[in-house]
Ligand binder design. Structure first.
Ligand code: C5P
Length: 260
C-alpha cells in the first residue's frame, strides 16, 4: 500500500529536548550544525517532505529561545496546506518529552509517529513504511535493521584478583533474532495513550530502563510490528556520528547514495 489517501490522520512528535552532552558542542544536540543547518532543521524538513504528517509537534529544551525561533521561522516557511507546527517544552527524560507532545496533539489525530530529532537524515521511505503499516491495521510499528555485530550479555565481575577485566560474558544472543531499532515509531493514538498512561505507574528503576516507546507497548502485551529501517537513519550521538552524517550529506558517497 502506498497511497497517502489511505493513511490515518497522523501527528509526528519530534523529541528534540536532549542536552547533547555526548556530542560535546556545549549546546542542545538539535541546535548543532550539520551541513550548515541545525540538526533539527534536517529532521523537520524530512518529516514535512514525507507528507505523512497533519501535525508536527516539536519538544524543545525548556526555555531555548534559539530553537524556538528556528521553529517559528520554519512555520512561516511552510506553505499553506502544510502540517500544523506545534512547539512544546520537553521534559527531563525522553518519555517526559513524548508526553509533553502527546498533551499538545490536535483533535482528530488517529496515529502518532514518535521521532528522534537526532535521526535527522531518516529517508522519506521509512516514514512511509511505518505509516502504511499503521494504515493496514497495526497498532504499533517500528523501523528496524538486522544487527551486524555479534551481541553478548555481560555482568560486572566481583573484583577479586582472578578477574582479568571489569566484565565477564554471561551469554551470546542469537544474532538472527536481533534487530537494531530506530525511529519514527508509529502507534495508533489509543495505543500510545494507553502505553504512556501505564508508564506513569512504573517505579524509578523500571522507568529508567525504558529506552523507547515500543517497549511500553510491549509491556501492555500489544503486538509491535517491525518494518525495514535504514542505515541512513543513524542516531547522531557522538562526534563520529556527526562526521558520518556530514559525509552522507556532502561527501562523494552522499552524492551518489540515497538508501531507501
Ligand atoms: O539521549 P538520546 O540520544 O537517547 O535521545 C534521543 C532523542 O530524545 C533525542 O532526539 C533527544 O533530543 C530526545 N530527548 C528529549 N528529551 C529528553 C532527552 C532526550 O526530547 N529529556
Amino acid at each position: 500500500m502506498s497511497e497517502s489517501s489511505t493513511r490515518l490522520v497522523t501527528a509526528v512528535i519530534v523529541v528534540a529536548a536532549g542536552s547533547g552532552q555526548r556530542l560535546g558542542y556545549g549546546m542542545p544536540k538539535a541546535a548543532v550544525p550539520l551541513g550548515g543547518e541545525p540538526i533539527l532543521m534536517h529532521a523537520l524538513r524530512g518529516i514535512v517532505a514525507s507528507g505523512v504528517a497533519s501535525q508536527v509537534c516539536v519538544a524543545l529544551p525548556a526555555g531555548d529561545q534559539g530553537l524556538r525561533q528556528l521553529c517559528d521561522d520554519f512555520r512561516e516557511e511552510l506553505a499553506d496546506g502544510g502540517p500544523l507546527l506545534t512547539i512544546v517544552d520537553g521534559g527531563s527524560t525522553r518519555a517526559d518529552s513524548v508526553r509533553a507532545g502527546i498533551a499538545a496533539l490536535m483533535d482528530g489525530i488517529e496515529a502518532v509517529l514518535v521521532h528522534d530529532a537526532a535521526r535527522a537524515l531518516t529517508p522519506e521511505s521509512v516514514f512511509h513504511r511505518v505509516s502504511d503499516a499503521l494504515a493496514a491495521g497495526a497498532a504499533a510499528v517500528i523501523p528496524a535493521l538486522p544487527v551486524v555485530d555479534t551481541v553478548k550479555t555481560v555482568a560486572a565481575t566481583t573484583g577479586d584478583d582472578t578477574a582479568f577485566a571489569p566484565e565477564v560474558v554471561t551469554g551470546t544472543a542469537r544474532r538472527e533474532e536481533l534487530r537494531a531499532v530506530q525511529t519514527p515509531q508509529g502507534f495508533t493514538i489509543g495505543t500510545l495513550l494507553q502505553a504512556h498512561q501505564a508508564a506513569q505507574d512504573l517505579d524509578q528503576q523500571q522507568a529508567t530502563a525504558v529506552t523507547d516507546d515500543a517497549m511500553l507497548v510491549e509491556m501492555l502485551g500489544t503486538p509491535v510490528h517491525a518494518v525495514r529501517g535504514s542505515t541512513q537513519s543513524l542516531k547522531i550521538t557522538t562526534p563520529l556520528d556527526l562526521i558520518f552524517a556530514e559525509g552522507l550529506l556532502e561527501g562523494p558517497l552522499g552524492a551518489r547514495w540515497v538508501e531507501g
